[in-house]
Design a protein around this ligand. Structure first.
Ligand SMILES: Cc1cc2nc3c(=O)[nH]c(=O)nc-3n(C[C@H](O)[C@H](O)[C@H](O)COP(=O)(O)OP(=O)(O)OC[C@H]3O[C@@H](n4cnc5c(N)ncnc54)[C@H](O)[C@@H]3O)c2cc1C
Length: 411
């Protein structure tokens, strides 16, 4: 376990990162590469929460075409490139397919233009990437081709499919790799160190009071700037500077199942679930939730499925009732699936920020889509403090770049 307690007690860090998931680790790694004196703490071990439980897709932002959100598409492409360049051996390029539909936005012609537009927006996606990790061009495929990939047993009535490529990451290995690099870059790490209270002097961040879970003791860490990457606990530490931050965020419990069968060889395929959600920013507002079947080490990861969550954030589990609902959702989506409980190898489960508007409008739980970076000099008049409201591990590199630019200008 990485615990540089003496250093954490005595150093004055340029940057102290609170929360060692993907966002915190990327921040600590990139800041330490730039020569900053960096400390990073986590109340648990590093990378054990949401970051350890994802569907492992490094999203290239294709889905943001629905909202024509070019800025987010470009950010996703850049973030994906970070993973392609820094961890080429730990990502796999996989073809993804979603079925075409008989509606305004997902028919064959609309999806053809979507692939053309996406290819244009991601023209630079292979610049600086080793050839084995190139992302080939996306395209629309015929009904027959799609049926062949799906299997003869499918009852899909799609007229074809849209095929594009994404990187799927071995996130566990990337996390280990990041932790080792941060250690080698002379940074101080504190597993099982929980941030309790920010220390503010003259409207500027000066450090944080922490609790050492292992030794049951408190101490102070000094820092010139602090980045709060506590994931869904992000507000807890902020309540010490702003009482309005008290109270929990609305949360969704996100679950993937690992099934003991590789359904579509090397292809990942999206299926419409029977559950409908209402997304006010989309052209088609009422739409079926979608889940993906992603090949993973001889098995398949199926997800992601969501449930509104009000319980204890530190102790979450998947209930039998949830498994039943998920299996029903999967098995009723296509007759290919006849999954029973005994076919489940394991699951990934963790909490994410919930999109309150979707929950209120459709009664269905769904995660928020926009990452927010908060510079507290603008919101609370406190210099040197930044918080990240994360939605995807994919975004961590671009979030890091933005915060490091602000820190550089202010240190
Ligand atoms: C089932 C599922 C599927 C997903 N699929 C994808 C996907 O395919 N692609 C994608 O990009 N994203 C996906 N996500 C989302 C992604 O996993 C998360 O958005 C991302 O990992 C969040 O990273 P984070 O660093 O912000 O948070 P976390 O990984 O949760 O890290 C926060 C850390 O802060 C620590 N912490 C909290 N409070 C304190 C404190 N007071 N002091 C010290 N430490 C503290 C916690 O212990 C934790 O380690 C998925 C998530 C789930 C659950």
């Amino acid at each position: 376990m990485n615990r540089d307690i003496d250093e954490l007690k005595t150093e004055v860090f340029d940057i102290l990162v609170i929360g060692g998931g993907f966002h915190g680790l990327t921040m600590a790694l990139e800041a330490s590469k730039k020569g900053y004196k960096v400390g990073i703490i986590d109340k648990d071990d590093f990378g054990k929460r949401a970051s350890a439980n994802s569907l492992k897709i490094v999203h290239g932002g294709l889905r943001y075409l629905q909202q024509l959100d070019i800025k987010r598409i470009r950010e996703s492409i850049k973030s994906r490139k970070y993973f392609q360049q820094n961890f080429p051996d730990l990502i796999k390029i996989i073809p993804f397919i979603i079925p075409t539909k008989w509606n305004f936005t997902n028919n064959k012609i609309a999806l053809f233009f979507a692939t053309v537009l996406y290819e244009f927006l991601s023209m630079d996606k292979n610049f600086g990437i080793i050839s084995e990790k190139y992302l080939p061009k996306g395209r629309v495929i015929s009904k027959n081709r799609f049926r062949k990939i799906l299997s003869e047993n499918s009852n899909s009535n799609a007229g074809g499919g849209m095929l594009w490529y994404e990187a799927v990451a071995d996130t566990d290995s990337i996390i280990k790799n990041m932790v080792n690099s941060i250690k080698n870059n002379n940074s101080a790490m504190g597993a099982n160190i929980e941030a309790k209270k920010l220390i503010i002097e003259d409207k500027k961040v000066a450090g944080v009071e922490v609790f050492d879970v292992k030794t049951n003791s408190y101490f102070r860490i000094n820092a010139k700037s602090i980045v709060n990457t506590c994931g869904i606990w992000e507000k807890d530490i902020l309540s010490s500077i702003n009482e309005s931050q008290n109270g929990k965020s609305s949360l969704t419990k996100a679950i993937n199942l690992i099934i003991n069968k590789n359904y579509f060889n090397d292809y990942a395929i999206g299926f419409d679930s029977v559950i409908k959600i209402y997304e006010k920013e989309n052209l088609i507002k009422n739409k079926n939730r979608m889940f993906f079947v992603v090949p993973w080490k001889g098995n398949s990861m199926l997800g992601t499925f969501y449930f509104h969550y009000d319980g204890d954030r530190d102790n979450i589990n998947v209930t039998d009732a949830e498994i039943d609902l998920i299996l029903n959702e999967i098995n009723s989506s296509n007759q290919i699936f006849k999954i029973q409980k005994k076919d489940i190898v394991s699951h990934h489960c963790d909490l994410l920020f919930e999109d309150i508007s979707i929950y209120q409008n459709s009664g269905q739980s769904y995660p928020r889509k926009k990452t927010k970076i908060i510079n507290h000099s603008k919101t609370d008049k406190i210099e040197g403090l930044y918080s990240v409201n994360s939605v995807k591990f994919t975004n961590a590199p671009e979030v890091t770049k933005k915060i490091l630019t602000e820190i550089r200008d202010n240190l």
